[in-house]
Design a protein. Structure first.
Length: 188
């Protein structure tokens, strides 16, 4: 299914459901279409992050950024537009309380290039030891590597502009550095 088709299906089916859903668990069901019923995003034509077990503050602020337009995404923006701020916090709490899924990532050989890229931007200085994040800083370890690659590239190009510090860091990295680092982090 094409990206446009998924967005249209979500708008037609999800928005009325999300608006009429009563519990947060019911509202969270629309998220499963892209993010997975068990926390593992299904294979899609576009990269989707793992949100189960992600940091509460990070999830909440990303949802707020989608709602305000500070972060743009053709699938997420229409979904959060119909939600109240209290729903955004409740959804962030719901997903952050879930266990991080076992994605069974392929074990990667820690390439010299990935180590060099990580050292140059010092990811662990913000994303914490073992890249598990904290508070408003997302977990990177075990995240979908295609999503990590897209996110780092979007920061570098300015397509994602809701964190100027990340934009500055990613501008120092090459495509090969980003790919190596995403593979390293995704394999953790």
């Amino acid at each position: 299914m094409h990206r446009f088709s998924i967005a249209v299906v979500l708008l037609v089916v999800a928005l009325p459901f999300a608006a009429s859903a009563q519990s947060i668990a019911e509202k969270a069901q629309i998220c499963a279409a892209c993010h997975g019923d068990d926390g593992v995003p299904p294979r899609q034509s576009f990269p989707v992050p793992v949100i189960w077990g992600q940091q509460l503050g990070y999830l909440f602020f990303q949802l707020c950024d989608f709602k305000s337009g500070a972060r743009k995404n053709e699938q997420m923006t229409p979904i959060v537009q119909g939600l109240e701020r209290k729903d955004l916090m409740a959804l962030a709490q719901y997903f952050s309380a879930k266990p991080w899924p076992d994605l069974q990532p392929p074990r990667v050989h820690v390439a010299v290039q990935a180590q060099r890229a990580n050292a140059s931007v010092a990811c662990a200085s913000c994303h914490q030891e073992e890249f598990k994040g904290e508070g408003m800083l997302p977990r990177l370890a075990g995240q979908n590597d295609a999503y990590l690659r897209k996110t780092m590239t979007d920061f570098r190009t300015g397509a994602r502009g809701n964190n100027p510090g990340m934009t500055d860091l990613m501008r120092t990295m090459s495509d090969n550095d980003i790919a190596a680092l995403a593979s390293l982090l995704g394999g953790m």
